[in-house]
Design a protein around this ligand. Structure first.
Ligand code: NI
Ligand code: MN
Length: 224
């Protein structure tokens, strides 16, 4: 399976299916990726992004899924702790400590609660934490699902910063960590190389700092 970071929290998984997580990039569009399935961690604009325009099968928490169905999108609702299988891809919804709403023309609509996902496809297991604070139950996510790769926000202010994400990486135990949700705007400035050096000095975990559009390959649990 190929994992491509498109920028911010937006990640494309390409294997037997194309799965696009949090379809938003700053100053651009991800419509051209033509995913089979879209997964949305929560309702904030920088995650829900182009979900309506993409108009693909979309996995989201029940409240967002109901909103999307009303808009004509074939959404599948689920909730935290549950797993659903869509076209051979397993989506497990994990907790996230964060707020959420959907904003439509300046009017807030409830979006349930914020979440993350463990996604399994072609034998590879990817944990996308969504927007979240550090929480100790990330250990459970590690123990239960053994993700090969963890995508962790490091931008601070709205989510974990690098110091908290370092502890998160240790809790989760994925061999590869990819920092996301940083440097999109001034308010979420973080140094991914400092994060990488700090983790790699003290643990066996490898940090892949990707440029937007850059990919890694996950095969038999190994990252290349
Ligand atoms: Ni958010
Ligand atoms: Mn966000």
């Amino acid at each position: 399976m190929q994992l491509t970071w498109l920028g911010h929290a937006c990640v494309l998984l390409t294997g037997s299916k194309k799965v696009l997580i949090d379809p938003f990039i700053e100053g651009g569009s991800v419509i051209g990726t033509q995913p089979d399935i879209v997964a949305v961690t929560h309702g904030h604009d920088d995650h829900l992004g182009e979900t309506l325009e993409l108009s693909k099968k979309t996995i989201a928490i029940t409240e967002i899924a109901k909103y999307l169905v009303l808009k004509g999108i074939p959404a599948e609702g689920m909730n935290i702790g549950g797993t659903i299988f869509v076209d051979g891809v397993a989506f497990t919804m994990t907790p996230a400590i964060h707020s959420t709403w959907i904003e439509e023309g300046g009017i807030p609509i409830t979006g349930g609660t914020a979440a993350g996902f463990v996604i399994q496809m072609d034998g590879a297991k990817i944990y996308h934490a969504g927007d979240t604070a550090l929480f100790s139950d990330m250990k459970l996510i590690g123990n239960l699902y053994h993700p090969d790769v963890a995508l962790l926000p490091i931008g601070g202010r709205y989510t974990m910063g690098p110091a908290e994400a370092m502890i998160a990486a240790n809790f989760i135990g994925a061999k590869t960590v990819i920092p996301i949700h940083y440097n999109t705007w001034d308010k979420i400035r973080a140094d991914p190389m400092q994060f990488k050096t700090a983790i790699e000095k003290t643990t066996d975990i490898r940090v892949s700092v990707l440029r937007p559009g850059e990919s890694i390959i996950i095969e038999d649990g190994k990252v290349t």
